[in-house]
Design a binder for this molecule. Sequence first.
Ligand code: FNR
Length: 395
Amino acid sequence: MRSESPAVHAVASAHSATAPAPAPADESRAARKDEHVDLALLQRGDAAAHNEFDDLDFVHQALDGVDAERVDLGVRIAFRSGEQHAAGEWRWETPFYVNGMTGGTERTTRINRELAIAARETGLPMACGSVSVALDDADAARGFGVIRQENPDGFVMANLGVGRPASDAPRAVELLGANALQVHVNAVQETAMPEGSRDFSSWLSSVERLSAASPVPVIVKEVGFGLSRSALRRLADIGVGIADVAGRGGTDFLKIENARRVAGEYAMLTGFGQSALASLLDAPADAPTLLASGGVRTPFDVVKALAAGAQAVGVAGSFLAAIGHDGEPGGAERLIALVEDWKLRTRALYALLGAATRDELLRTDLIIRGRLREFCADRGVNLRGLALRSEAGRA
Ligand code: FNR
């Protein structure tokens, strides 16, 4: 069992000691956004610690490297047709993107502005946090619109929670002029959240309704607990074209919601869920196109997720930490420098691993260790096949 950081406890007890009378729903939803940012940043020390990306090693091939100049970092995200849109594909210049985080308050508006400037300057696709708070509140809506204002030509993803009415899907997309809509499924977070939902029984049909109503392709994502083989099959069965497995090991919403409780009653669930790599390796052949996120700390984690089957990799906490908790000016410059450094190092890693493209990373040999290996073994993942991928097809 991991111990709670004292800093998170300090926020939790300050919160409970001064707990005001319940705020109106919109106000308390907005306050939660600021709290999530604080609590996510307080976890950064833990997030740098061991996670299951450390359980994957590449077999080093001393003579198989390629020229970094030849590496193409671009990726193609193909999607099948839905009710309202034809099959197609996006081409992204980088294999990683800014994942959905926030918006809706003064402070998170500043954060979104800095994130959007950095996304514009580096060409990264960017998602926002759940826009539901903005659909009925013009002030909160400005906190999301700023993303499109700062980045008029970039690839932008809107975000909604499962369970929202289908009519919210086109409204969320319109708010940002979004190219895609993330729909998040977060049962573990809701379970630990003091004001969370306890009825998950209609979530699959809700995803289906939101997808049918969305004018742009839908990406179904978790928020840090992974998507299992069965979950991915269910999504494929209802026609969802893209899923972000968003696994355990990075920003921990169980811990965040526990810190918002008086006594952290759901700390008993610590470690629940699957990591991004576990989800990728467990995925069925007929899964939606896979994106991965959750616990990505370095370009090496990005490359590991790509080699394990992700088409592109989302980063939330690590990029938020570069921006800073207040979204003060200067945050964008820090994130731009970080992203440019990640691009350089990702290119170097591809060259080291003998891959000129993301698809060529699928020929690397992977050795799986530790907790990730236990999971893979029990789920029947072909560990030997992963360890010998470079030999497949050779005489
Ligand atoms: C998030 N995340 C998130 N996801 C989502 O779909 N809707 C949301 O509103 C939010 N809100 C949010 C706030 C903050 C402050 C953070 C840091 C994250 C989850 C995020 O997209 C991602 O799935 C997880 O954070 C795991 O990735 P990292 O942080 O480990 O890179």
